[in-house]
Design a protein around this ligand. Sequence first.
Ligand SMILES: *Cc1c(COP(=O)(O)O)cnc(C)c1O
Length: 405
Amino acid sequence: MITLNEHFLQLQKNYLFADIAQKVAAYKEAHPEADLIRLGIGDVTRPLAPAVIKALHEAVDEMASADTFRGYGPEHGYEFLRQAIVAGDFAPRGVQLDADEIFINDGAKSDTGNFGDILGTDCTICVTDPIYPVYIDSNVMGGRAGEFANGAWSRVTYCPCTEQNDFIPALPAQPADMIYLCYPNNPTGTTLCREELEKWVAYALEHGSLLLYDAAYEAYISRPDVPHSIYEIEGAKRCAVEFHSFSKTAGFTGLRCGYTVVPKQLTVRAKSGEEVQLNQLWNRRQCTKFNGTAYIVQRAAAAIYTPEGRTQVKETIDYYMTNASLMREKLTQMGLKVYGGIDAPYIWFKAPDDMGSWDYFEHLLHDFHIVSTPGVGFGPAGEGYIRLTAFGTRENTLAALERLK
Ligand SMILES: *Cc1c(COP(=O)(O)O)cnc(C)c1O
């Protein structure tokens, strides 16, 4: 008889954004005249860069001719894109990688969620709290999270990031095998400096842990002393994989492309005693379960690394970061203590008067017609906080700030 992967039944209610969408839809139905401004979900609003559009058109034309048509591509991505990534994202920062340490994918959500496929189901998990929900939920599905009680999973170590520690997580108090770090951080918009990242790399090397480093917002870093890649830290190639995405970098949320770095130096000891390269194992996994992301989309991604592409992508990032600094400025003037928005397109602040996250979310929705994201949706330490995104249009961002004044 067919049975279920019962771990899926352990998942806690809805996915955060589904909850929000439901509440917003219900409000909209009751108040069809309300002009809602959506600063909730982290989706971009600016169109793709002209260089990306040009590359897409050219690639489509290639598909129209028998001479240049492409069918299945390499599972781990085309060489032209992997080379462009190595040369564009890593070499300038003094990080030497081989193209076969880069795995092109259809976005970072897939690989942050799938990477556990090649790791032991007995591994313990560590996350900073609040955090992108995919890290925990994918491990619940994989049977690693333990039992859920009092708002937390028994086999997950939570490292709180709050005003009290200036959003700098302490190292885990219990041994942790798989450690998820996301910097610049979604949802708090904060970063870690080099010395802090060095502590995590040292911890991972000492305890034999794996860092799963999500650098989806790396392109938004503005301060010169904030590392863009965990591999800028000595020793990280022996203890870290890194996830990148073109979604936030270049507006690819609808196109779907990103990449995962799995250094060849990174090995894990099998029960037999053999040192196994994660690079080989991940390659094997991808070749079996993934057939590559679309050729035309990989051509579009490669266009980001051309001089025009770079300039255009930078302009869009500057547009969002101008939103972020306007939000920081105006919300601070209103007396709120505001975090993030300097190296990441998220603004994070504490709801006034000790209001809970969901109460404040409802207040913003009902009284100002602004859709936000309740901080507690990202984990217990997010309670009492609110996230706003800087991915809105300038017009909507200014209109929202005007309403809040
Ligand atoms: C948006 C986001 C991603 C990227 O997701 P894609 O699947 O590439 O669109 C990854 N990690 C975090 C933390 C994000 O916020």
